[in-house]
Design a protein around this ligand. Sequence first.
Ligand code: SAH
Ligand code: SF4
Ligand code: F3S
Length: 458
Amino acid sequence: MNNTNFRSIKPICDETRPKVFIETYGCQMNVNDSEVVLSILQDAGYALCDSIGKADLILVNTCSIRDNAEQRVLGRLDVFRLEKKKRKVLVGVIGCMAERLKEKLLENGVVDIVAGPDAYRDLPRLVSAAKLESKQINTLLSHEETYADISPVRMDSNGVSAFISIMRGCNNVCSYCIVPYVRGAERSRDPKSILREAECLIANGYKEINLLGQNVDSYCWVNPDKESEHVDFARLLEMVALLDRSVRVRFATSHPKDMTDAVLYTMAMYDNICKHIHLPVQSGSNVMLEKMNRKYTRETYLQRIAKIREILPDCAITTDVIAGFSGETEDDHRQTISLFNEVGFDSAFMFQYSERPGTKASRHYPDDIPTQLKTERLNEIIELQNELSLDRNKQYLGRICEVLVEGRSKRSADDLIGRTSSNKTCVFPANGHKPGDYVNVKILSCSSATLIAEIVED
Ligand code: SAH
Ligand code: SF4
Ligand code: F3S
């Protein structure tokens, strides 16, 4: 493929340019948004730098999902305040917290610019205006913005695996969740622009593409010129998989109420679509699921799991769970524990409930589980999941798996690190291989988090 058709996706190195430092919190979509922001700022004459000490502009791309995510950022603002005392530097808060707190962020005297997730094209203007005048803010949400025409500049990249956001926002109203308020309504990106971005990554040597959305199963692009023509997620997945059969495709997040069999059959059809589904359950109790407004039951969730196991027997399944949601009884909690045992997840992201201002839960359901009990329940789930992860990993012992090499192991420069199709992290001696190579490895031992392996040369 001809590289010259595509814009550079690497950060520009140019000592003469003003410098921007970008720090990112939150989900993979936020990481990808920072890459969009860097692209916009590079076009406006900035270059990336790697420390706040060198920066003319410090941006912090923020997350509001739980209170502790916001507290971390507020702590960072104190560090930026010290830097501002030393010299002239602009500080911008962007992303979900900017959207949630708006003008309030300007009150502490540190922040010069506030920009919400749909206002990134306006950043060059906001920055110029903040240099000349007073503080600047744009937190308008949009029904159309998908940044489809912007080539994200890949920073902190291993050069092997990259994200593509296929949609923005969320139309669900899970009662505990702040995302719909800070990210706005769901919109799907034009598949042509997604394929163009994927082709650009492939031309730059990337071997794995991660398609991102809050609920990928509701991806639906309708051709504005011909409304009868539409592309759903199963079709998009297939189109991306067909670009290059030696390039892996992953996706997240799937929603139990929307995941279709068509997606599962598409996954089964293409070797390069990785056999891993992240299917957040949130709770094993129907009472909690109803109150969370998740729109599925324990039974229908388990039916989805059964279907995955039937169509994709080797597929890893991971989940998210919340401990201590409003009114959660000991019985509700036991139902979560029993669901975890029944499914045997490969791994899980586990959280205690954090009430978010403005959500339906904050208005109608008291945050009435004492912190200590939330922590106890969370710890019980974590302990169980550690055992389940170890059990799942043990099933790999002695097996031969194809692994995509992603980099050097942090513990030993002689070892490489990579992942199986099922998203298991493997560590193995390099044997002359390098990031971006596919290797077959034999699994020798494991912990709950990692498979230890050796390369089998054929
Ligand atoms: N769109 C995805 C997940 C988005 S947020 C989905 O529908 O599942 C990632 C995870 O954070 C959620 O799955 C949930 O487990 C957790 N989460 C969201 N809001 C939370 C809150 N108020 N308190 C604790 N955890 C929360
Ligand atoms: Fe939040 Fe629910 Fe949307 Fe996920 S699907 S982002 S949990 S509202
Ligand atoms: Fe956080 Fe916003 Fe993502 S709230 S989880 S950064 S969409």
